[in-house]
Write a protein that binds this ligand. Structure first.
Ligand SMILES: Nc1ncnc2c1ncn2[C@@H]1O[C@H](COP(=O)(O)OP(=O)(O)OP(=O)(O)O)[C@@H](O)[C@H]1O
Length: 484
């Protein structure tokens, strides 16, 4: 029974169904479309239905038989189909006032030789295709916009002028970074969270010979470990099923010719450290699921808030990779060791906030700066920007006073408490819409956790009971200026 499909009677039966299907399909097409015709191997018309004859304005279909196709339809491409043996599946043919949508297929004999062609007029007007065309045009516009946005996001946003600081430590960072920008060597940026490592990385790229090429950033700690290798090196076509089956480029490929910023490189799993070392040394790698070596020309700027030498000593970070990365280290000083930068930073950040949110340009009073100077800033400049943004949202004063920071820095410890306010007591920190209060509470919790963890994000995430990735997401939202 299992072999029934090999029996001659079954094969006859199958062939008869196939023939009926072919006939039915042809009849259906012929009657439902606007016109149909066939030509022989010399492109002479051998058949045409009456609808088509009428459409073309001929006396009748028989009149066309035996004539070269161009004599009846001057712009026909049926001869091309016969000569090339290639179908023209969808085309718009100009015929007088009409622009019918047509399809043309070669006809072959049992030996595969082209013996003619058949053509159908699918619609007499391409407007019938309008819904499809509208959708196509919209999708293409969306794709173009997404591509533009992507290339925009691969451009460095910051330059050295954006790195604010007059202290000796800040000036030294800028001097070193400017010098390093000229060469092409790997750079290692060290410093606590929010000290400006990414800003400096972008500035180095923008001042380097690679400025015209992409700047691609990647936060190693924010990507789940299982996805890191694909994220870095890409995936070969066919390596995965589903959405990734066609393969995709990794960050190294995307950064070709430019700079790859690897944030939190200390969080890189050991097995990938070897692959990273190879790219740094040989400028080559293999995508996931491929053994074809790809070459890249990418400058790597790595950053970490971790103590890499201690990690090397513990065996959690490869010594050879550390030495390879540590050729040109730059340490960004924490904000609490350069409080003299606070006035200039507050000024620049208030200008940035004003530009983004609109409204009057705010300034900051000396009394308020005193309050800020007394605080420890575990989240460094990022935290300062967040605190200033909240103060501008909670206060209408154009010149922010100490009292405007009272509720905001209250959770930050006695050192940060402002002197007793002479003016009316400020509104409680939570007054306002619920979403804003929840967001503010979230920020306070994150700030407190970062303070307790001495600025180490992995530890702060543990205290908060959230994943590292979630913490990074929230910090990024704060950077993006999500209202709180
Ligand atoms: N010296 C500075 N002048 C002006 N803005 C700064 C400075 N340093 C940091 N910032 C701002 O602070 C925010 C955080 O900076 P950045 O993301 O570069 O820090 P990071 O050290 O890379 O932090 P993380 O380690 O958490 O990724 C950004 O909005 C950045 O523009």
């Amino acid at each position: 029974m299992a072999q029934a499909h090999r029996l001659p009677s079954f094969l006859d039966h199958a062939e008869s169904i196939r023939r009926q299907a072919a006939q039915y399909l042809f009849d259906y097409f012929e009657s439902s479309c606007e016109g149909a015709m066939a030509v022989d191997g010399e492109a002479r018309i051998v058949w045409m239905n009456e609808q088509y004859a009428q459409f073309l304005g001929l006396p009748d279909a028989e009149w066309a038989l035996g004539r070269p196709v161009e004599e009846v339809i001057p712009q026909s491409l049926m001869r091309e189909v016969v000569e090339t043996g290639e179908p023209i599946l969808l085309d718009i043919m100009q015929h007088g006032e009409h622009s019918p949508v047509v399809t043309r297929l070669p006809l072959r004999d049992a030996g595969g030789r082209v013996i003619g062609a058949v053509g159908f007029v699918l619609f007499d007007d391409p407007r019938s295709l309008q819904p499809v065309m509208t959708k196509f045009t919209r999708l293409r516009a969306e794709l173009d916009a997404a591509r533009r946005e992507l290339s925009e996001s691969r451009r460095a946003r910051y330059r050295f002028e954006d790195f604010v600081g007059v202290s000796a430590a800040a000036t030294e960072v800028k001097r070193q970074a400017r010098r390093i920008a000229q060469g092409g060597a790997t750079v290692l940026l060290l410093g606590e969270t929010g000290t400006g490592k990414e800003l400096v990385a972008q500035a180095i790229h923008a001042a380097s010979a690679r400025a015209g090429h992409p700047f691609v950033g990647m936060n190693v700690a924010a990507v789940p470990e299982g996805l890191l290798e694909a994220e870095f090196f890409g995936v070969a076509p066919g390596a995965y099923t589903g959405a990734d089956r066609r393969g995709r480029d990794g960050k190294f490929k995307l950064a070709e010719g430019g700079t790859l910023f690897l944030d939190e490189v200390g969080d890189m799993p050991l097995h990938l450290q070897a692959k990273l070392l190879r790219v740094l040394q040989e400028q080559e790698f293999e995508p996931v699921g491929s053994n074809r070596v790809q070459r890249v020309d990418v400058r790597v700027i790595a950053a970490t808030s971790r103590d890499l030498p201690a990690m090397v000593a513990d065996g959690r970070f490869r010594a050879d990779l550390y030495f390879r990365l540590n050729v040109l280290p730059i340490t960004l000083p924490p904000l609490r060791t350069r409080r003299e930068d606070l006035p200039a930073l507050a000024d620049a950040l208030l200008a940035r906030i004003g530009e983004r949110n609109g409204g009057p340009r705010r300034s900051i009073a000396a009394s308020a700066l005193e309050v800020l100077a007394a605080y420890d800033w575990p989240g460094n400049v990022r935290e300062l920007a967040n605190v200033l943004e909240r103060a501008t949202m909670l206060s209408d004063r154009r010149r922010l006073e100490a009292v405007d920071f009272a509720g905001i820095l209250a959770g930050a410890g006695p050192a940060a408490r402002p002197p007793a306010a002479p003016a009316a007591a400020p509104a409680p920190a939570g007054a306002g819409p619920l979403a804003a209060a929840v967001a503010a509470a979230e920020r306070d919790a994150i700030r407190a956790a970062l303070a307790a963890a001495g600025g180490r994000k992995v530890e702060a995430a543990r205290i908060l009971g959230i994943s590292r990735a979630t913490l990074y997401e929230k910090l990024a939202q704060f950077d993006a200026g999500d209202p709180v």
